[in-house]
Design a binder for this molecule. Structure first.
Ligand SMILES: Cc1ncc(COP(=O)(O)O)c(C=O)c1O
Length: 439
C-alpha cells in the first residue's frame, strides 16, 4: 500500500498557526492548556535527568503509593473475562446506578431515585453536562477562587464568569455574605467540597449561609417566573475527610436545595482510580430526562467492565471501609507530615505556614517571601517562588494562580498522591536548607 505522508498538505509552524486561526472558533482559541500539566512535564524532564524531586503537582496517584482496592481490580478482570465488553446503556448499567443510589442513602443519608443517577466517564462529563443542561451562551456562572478548572469551563461553555476571591479567613471557601450581592443574572453556582486546591471543606455553617442566600433568590425569581440559580456540588473527594471534618452537602443543611442541586461525583479520587474513568451526576428527578439525553449523546460513557465492578464495590460498606482504613491513613499521614514540617519551619522563624488538612489530597501552604531573595534569586511573583522551590529544593508545587486567582499571594497547592513519606522528608529538609539562606 502506498503511504500518503500528510506533511506537505497539513501545515505546521507559522503557516499551521495561521490556518488554525481561521479554522478554529473563538471559544477554542480562548482555551489554554493545563498549567498543572505543563509544570508536571517540566518535573518529568528533571526526574529523567536523575534529580530527586518531591513531586507534589499533579492531582493524581502513583499506583505504587496508592493502588485501587484489590477485590475491585479482580472484579474488573472477571468482568472482562465474562465478556462485558459491549456498549453499556448510555446512562450507565442499571446495577451501577442502583449501587450509587444505595451508597448515597447508606453513607450520605440522601435518598434519591435510581433514575437521578447518570453515569459518565469520570467526573468531568457530568460537570460538562451540568453546564450544558442549564446554561445558555453568555449566562453567568458564579464560583469562588481558588478553585479547580472553573476558569477553563466557563470558556468551553461560552459563559461569563462571576468570581469571588476567598482567602485564608474562610479557609478559601465561600460564605453566604460573600455571594449575596453577586447573584444578579447568575444561573449556576459551582461549589466543590473538599476543595481542590486547598484541601479545606465546607462547614455546615458556611454552607447553610450560602444555601439560604440561594433559596431566597430562587423564591424571588420563581415568584416572577425567572430561571433559578442551580448549584453544581462537586464532591469527588467526599470520602476523603480527616479529623473532625465531616462532609456536608447543600441538601443536608437545607433539604429544599434538592430541587436546585446537581451532584458531581466519581470513584477517581476516593479509590485512587483516576484512570478507570467512572463517575456520575445525581440530578433532581425533574431534570434527569434531559441529563440522560445529554450524556447519552455526548458518548462519554463509563467503561463497562469498570461499571460492573463499581456496582459491587459501592454496595459493600465493608469493602469501602477496609480499603479506606489504609488508603485514607496513607493520605492523611503524608498531608500531616507536610503540615507538621511547615509548622515547625514557621516556629523556627521561616516565613511559611500551612492550613491543617481537612479533606482531599491537598495541602495549602503559604510562603511569605514576596520582595525577598535567596541564593541570588529574587521573589517578585508566585512563578519565581515555584521555580525556586523546584530548582533549589527539588520540591514541585502548583501556585494558586493556576486555580483562577489573578494575583500573586504566595499560596501554593501540594498534592500528595504520588509521593512517599521518605520523598516528603527529603523534600522538606531541602526546603528548610534553602529558605535558611533567605535575605
Ligand atoms: C474537584 C474536582 N472535580 C472533578 C475532577 C475530575 O475528576 P475525574 O478525573 O473523575 O474526571 C477533579 C480532578 O482533579 C477535581 O479535582
Amino acid at each position: 500500500m502506498a503511504v500518503i505522508d500528510i506533511a506537505p498538505y497539513a501545515p505546521v509552524g507559522e503557516e499551521g498557526a495561521a490556518f488554525a486561526k481561521l479554522a478554529l472558533n473563538r471559544m477554542s482559541q480562548g482555551m489554554s492548556g493545563s498549567t498543572i500539566l505543563r509544570i508536571a512535564g517540566e518535573i518529568n524532564a528533571m526526574q529523567a535527568e536523575g534529580r530527586d524531586i518531591c513531586n507534589l503537582t499533579v492531582g493524581d496517584f502513583d499506583p505504587d503509593q496508592f493502588g485501587i482496592p484489590a477485590s475491585f481490580r479482580d472484579d474488573i478482570i472477571a468482568a472482562l473475562q465474562a465478556g462485558e465488553t459491549n456498549y453499556p446503556p448510555a446512562v450507565g448499567l442499571p446495577a451501577t446506578r442502583a449501587a450509587v443510589a444505595a451508597m448515597y442513602e447508606r453513607e450520605l443519608g440522601l435518598k434519591y431515585p435510581v433514575d437521578s443517577v447518570i453515569m459518565g466517564s469520570g467526573a468531568r462529563p457530568p460537570i460538562y453536562a451540568t453546564a450544558a443542561l442549564v446554561l445558555e451562551p453568555g449566562d453567568k456562572v458564579l464560583y469562588g477562587t481558588p478553585s479547580w478548572n472553573n476558569h477553563h469551563y466557563v470558556i468551553i461553555n461560552r459563559c461569563e464568569a462571576v468570581t469571588v476571591e476567598a482567602d485564608r479567613s474562610t479557609d478559601f471557601l465561600l460564605t453566604g455574605e460573600m455571594i449575596a450581592d453577586k447573584l444578579d443574572g447568575v444561573r449556576l453556582l459551582a461549589l466543590n467540597s473538599p476543595l481542590n486546591p486547598t484541601g479545606t471543606a465546607y462547614s455546615a455553617e458556611q454552607l447553610t449561609g450560602i444555601c439560604d442566600v440561594v433559596l431566597a433568590e430562587n423564591a424571588r425569581r420563581e415568584a416572577v417566573g425567572e430561571r433559578p440559580v442551580m448549584v453544581m456540588y462537586d464532591q469527588v473527594y467526599w470520602m476523603l475527610t480527616f479529623g473532625e471534618t465531616q462532609h456536608i452537602t447543600p441538601v443536608h443543611v437545607r433539604p429544599a436545595m434538592a430541587k436546585y442541586t446537581i451532584f458531581v461525583d466519581a470513584i477517581s479520587k476516593s479509590f485512587a482510580a483516576t484512570g478507570l474513568r467512572i463517575g456520575w451526576g445525581v440530578v433532581p428527578p425533574a431534570l434527569s430526562g434531559a441529563y440522560k439525553a445529554l450524556i447519552g449523546h455526548m458518548g462519554a460513557w463509563a467503561p463497562r467492565p469498570g461499571q460492573v465492578a463499581t456496582a459491587k464495590l459501592l454496595l459493600s460498606h465493608e469493602a469501602i471501609s477496609s480499603y479506606h482504613a489504609d488508603m485514607k491513613a496513607g493520605v492523611e499521614a503524608r498531608l500531616m507530615a507536610l503540615h507538621d514540617g511547615f509548622s515547625a519551619m514557621g516556629r523556627d522563624g521561616l516565613p511559611v505556614s500551612s492550613i491543617a488538612p481537612q479533606g482531599a489530597i491537598y495541602l495549602s501552604v503559604n510562603f511569605g517571601v514576596q520582595g525577598r531573595s535567596c541564593r541570588g534569586r529574587s521573589f517578585q511573583s508566585d512563578e519565581d517562588l515555584r521555580s525556586f522551590l523546584l530548582d533549589e529544593a527539588g520540591f514541585g508545587v502548583v501556585p494558586f494562580t493556576a486555580f483562577g486567582i489573578g494575583r500573586d499571594t504566595g499560596w501554593v497547592r501540594l498534592s500528595i498522591g504520588a509521593v512517599s513519606l521518605q520523598d516528603i522528608d527529603r523534600g522538606l529538609a531541602r526546603i528548610r536548607e534553602a529558605l535558611s539562606e533567605l535575605v
